[in-house]
Design a protein around this ligand. Sequence first.
Ligand SMILES: *[C@@H]1O[C@H](CO)[C@@H](O)[C@H](O)[C@H]1NC(C)=O
Ligand SMILES: *[C@@H]1O[C@H](CO)[C@@H](O)[C@H](O)[C@H]1NC(C)=O
Ligand SMILES: *[C@@H]1O[C@H](CO)[C@@H](O)[C@H](O)[C@H]1NC(C)=O
Ligand SMILES: *[C@@H]1O[C@H](CO)[C@@H](O)[C@H](O)[C@H]1NC(C)=O
Ligand SMILES: *[C@@H]1O[C@H](CO)[C@@H](O)[C@H](O)[C@H]1NC(C)=O
Length: 620
Amino acid sequence: MRKLLLYFIITLGYSVHIISTLPQTQSTLENEEVKALAFLEEEDRLLAEKCFQAAEANWNYNTNINDVNQEKQLNASLEYSKFAKISWQNLNSKFKSWSNFKDPDLKRRFKKSTVLGSSALPEEDLVQYNQLESDMTKTHSTTKVCAFLDSTNCNLSLDPDVKKIMKESRDEHELRHIWTEWHNKCGNRIRNPYQQFVKLSNQAARLNNFSDTGAYWLREYESDTIKEDFDQLYETLAPLYKQIHAYARAKLRYVYGDQFSSDGLIPAHLLGNVFASSLDGVYSLLIPYPQRASVDVTNEMKAQGYTPLKMFQKSEEFFTSLGLIPMPQEFWKESLIVKPKDREVVCHATAWDFCNGKDFRIKQCTEVNMRDFITVHHEMGHIQYYLQYKDQPHIYREGANPGFHEAVGDTLALSVQTPKHLKEVGLLDQATQIDDYETSINFLMAIALKKVASLPFAYIIDKYRWAIFDGSVDSSRMNSHWWKLRKEYQGVKPPVERSEENFDPGTIYHVASHVDYSRYFAATIIQFQFHRSLCKEAGQYDPQDPSKPLYNCSIYRSKAAGSKLAAGLAMGASRPWPDVMKSMTGQEIMDGSAIREYFKPLEEWLAIKNAQLGEVPGWD
Ligand SMILES: *[C@@H]1O[C@H](CO)[C@@H](O)[C@H](O)[C@H]1NC(C)=O
Ligand SMILES: *[C@@H]1O[C@H](CO)[C@@H](O)[C@H](O)[C@H]1NC(C)=O
Ligand SMILES: *[C@@H]1O[C@H](CO)[C@@H](O)[C@H](O)[C@H]1NC(C)=O
Ligand SMILES: *[C@@H]1O[C@H](CO)[C@@H](O)[C@H](O)[C@H]1NC(C)=O
Ligand SMILES: *[C@@H]1O[C@H](CO)[C@@H](O)[C@H](O)[C@H]1NC(C)=O
């Protein structure tokens, strides 16, 4: 789940054509600024054209993987990069004194525009860089594994087969088999290309004057202390995670007793998804009060004949109920929302901005279930952001920081999943009792297993990659270091022995496709800050009023909440994110207090429950 980043990563193209028309005379700074602005404006237009072509070729490849389309995509990407590079060179040589510009907005645009990304590589290296990235994505999307106890069926794909088995099977041997198949067949093949790729990626970062790829990625937070800030945020939330981990361990031990030893770690194949990235896949084993209402309305969706299209329409209806922008016609016409049977596609859900202010699409192999319903909102949140900032200069058409972009749809989904909203839209029966303590705990558990349980995972993926990028972990520890972090922060261990033949992080889409992941860590924090602020705006939450707890808030139909959200999104990246955050939440920082407040009743429940179970939070 991510927005499509490629065209933001390779950022601006500055055409050579316009340069020759600019007078070369010495001028005052102000004149220089007028010229600079005219230059940027013209570039925006040219850029949109080029960007559209590259995006279209990329879309065609992602929705129809074959060698011809891959070659077209690589060609288009290279052409875009060449255009971007020449223009960037012109920009740098023509406006050397931009850092003395007086106009803060113009200066900001230049500051962003002088970072070129991978296009800075010499052509030969860039070709290799693109090829490696494309091949790793292809490997990840097309890897097939063999079914359990049936070596004649080796046609299982990640989406939907592997995901389904890891979520639904309770046969430990089958889970272990599928987990091992997937990790060996996908990860091992990505290990070598990834090592080559890292060298090129670091080279590109250095050409952009960053020490390595990690520093290049983190520039988007515009803060020198961002790593420490993430560490601190993680520390704030670790106690809550440890309670959830302990409770999950106790419950999973009932089911898979012999898999657990005294170290307190949970084997990675038992968490309900092949990445062990969260715990929502085993909600049915962990539900606190099974006799009470569950907020997993998958069965009800199926009974009511939900289709992927209906899921998208329902999601859109939530956005428009807030007064937000409806999905444009092109969206409904061009999006791919069901996995096609006649060709390979990159199933990983993505939201696309074609840079022309008109064409926006989602690609998702949607299945009819609650999890995918939430994913639809997530992806549509990206489209909403694209729509809100589409009239900004191209360079500002991105999230205030990467976490903002990932947080928008999730923020709405926090309302969508409340029992009262599900009842309101007929996904919970009218007769269902929802206002009792037990139902609230069931609900909070469902949300926590997805959000809180994903925090350590989201935290360590980039912590791991920063260490690979800066060279502090070399190839002799590429896989073992991953498991070291997994154990330390997540309390998870591999179900079978791993070695340096393996490359288990490579089984994660964002590693294979080279997308940063701290965005999801940030987003999980930010969405609760957004939720808290929008809920106040909607009159649905009051910290002084115990009958209006944060978790029970739904902003459905609140135009006040919608306009507050829209105003923040429309700024794009035109201001440093603390300013945008301030306008949306009154705070200037990413802050874990909202998430702790939201889950407070669950945290109290867990402390008591774990004590009753004799389960001590933490591990060796
Ligand atoms: C997939 O790509 C191939 C090769 O470019 C093309 O012939 C075919 O029509 C495409 N299929 C679809 C459904 O677009
Ligand atoms: C890609 O570019 C190369 C070199 O310009 C060209 O020979 C080839 O035909 C192009 N491939 C496609 C599929 O357009
Ligand atoms: C495996 O799946 C591919 C497409 O996903 C299909 O073309 C092929 O026929 C399948 N093979 C078997 C043995 O089922
Ligand atoms: C990197 O820094 C050097 C020296 O300060 C400078 O000459 C060069 O233009 C910079 N490159 C970029 C891409 O900013
Ligand atoms: C949730 O809010 C509704 C009103 O919107 C209220 O009737 C209900 O009692 C609240 N439930 C909880 C658990 O606070």
